[in-house]
Design a protein around this ligand. Structure first.
Ligand code: ATP
Length: 300
């Protein structure tokens, strides 16, 4: 069983600018995988290379064993990409758009699947509307349907929920989860880290074109032993503890400890300074804080 996606030493230059720098990782079949990184990290460039829309300058990519350059058609057939940008013909209806896209993949009669997609994505009553008459969120749903007309086993979603309301976001994720449960491999890029945290089991992080982390979500979270503690104190924070200070929140101060065990010495230091702890809360580490620290530090 070949992996769903194999990225091998992929680099991409735009002139002298390096958008991807020797990126390698693979995604197994059936995974729900997140590709994270700040603006300009190279996520879209990598996805475009997977889809054969951009040619990498070095390295190769295989989709279910098919090389995206030497076996481009098969690779493309296995992959469905929901692009970040809304690209559509405003004068076609939703159904026409999906029929055209089916034709592009050589599928002549696809209406049963198109109807199913329309129903799942809440577009059934818009089937005959022109794209230009749809709201942004509706157009986004059409983009998702378009990526799925050929029932691709590997689905890549490039920030599909950007600018989408909460309701659509939730129904979209329910649908994508269903696809994953049915065996589709899902790769998701998102700026909503809570989405990656809730949905994905493995996470890759790109920064300035380089892969800086590739981990199981649980390991990534465990990586960060640091804990933020919110405290309400009877007196100002003693100067000796200033290096731990992160921010003030009303009457509380938030301190960052290297690990949870450091709480003992923190409490001892407060006691010896005559400062009482009135309230204390440990702030759970979420993916966002791990991500921000890694992006700031650039650690692998
Ligand atoms: N056609 C191009 N010509 C020159 N530079 C490009 C081109 N496409 C992308 N870049 C540059 O490559 C870098 C990576 O861009 P890319 O769109 O892949 O980032 P991204 O991680 O998808 O960002 P975002 O989260 O903003 O979508 C950016 O600095 C971008 O300006």
């Amino acid at each position: 069983m070949p992996p769903a996606i194999v990225i091998s030493s992929v680099s991409k230059q735009y002139g002298s600018f390096t958008a991807l720098d020797d990126v390698s990782f693979q995604v197994e079949q059936g995974e729900f995988f997140a590709l994270l990184g700040p603006n300009g990290a190279g996520k879209t460039t990598l996805i475009s290379s997977m889809a054969g829309l951009t040619r990498q300058s070095a390295g190769n990519i295989r989709i279910l064993g098919h090389d995206t350059v030497s076996d481009a058609y098969q690779a493309r057939m296995k992959l469905g990409v929901v692009p970040q940008e809304l690209v559509f013909d405003p004068f076609l209806s939703v159904r026409e758009t999906l029929r055209f896209q089916s034709g592009y993949f050589g599928i002549a009669r696809n209406d049963d699947w198109i109807d199913e997609l329309l129903a799942k994505l809440g577009l059934a009553d818009k089937a005959d509307s022109n794209l230009r008459a749809l709201s942004g969120g509706m157009k986004r749903r059409v983009m998702v349907a378009q990526a799925l007309v050929h029932k691709p086993p590997v689905i890549v979603l490039d920030e599909p929920t950007a600018g989408v309301d909460v309701e659509l976001r939730q129904s979209l994720w329910a649908f994508v989860r269903e696809l994953n449960a049915a065996g589709h491999t899902i790769v998701l890029t998102t700026h909503y880290l809570e989405e990656a945290e809730a949905l994905c089991s493995r996470i890759a992080m790109l920064k300035k074109g380089r892969l800086i982390a590739l981990e199981d979500k649980a390991k990534l979270l465990a990586h960060s032993n640091e804990r933020d503690i919110s405290l309400k104190l009877s007196a100002p924070l003693p100067a000796a503890l200033a290096p731990l200070f992160v921010r003030s929140e009303g009457e509380r101060v938030v301190l960052r400890l290297p690990d949870i065990a450091a709480i003992e010495s923190l409490l001892a230091a407060l006691r010896s300074a005559g400062v009482e702890v009135r309230e204390m809360t440990v702030i759970e580490t979420d993916l966002e804080s791990v991500f921000m620290r890694m992006m700031q530090g650039g650690a692998a």
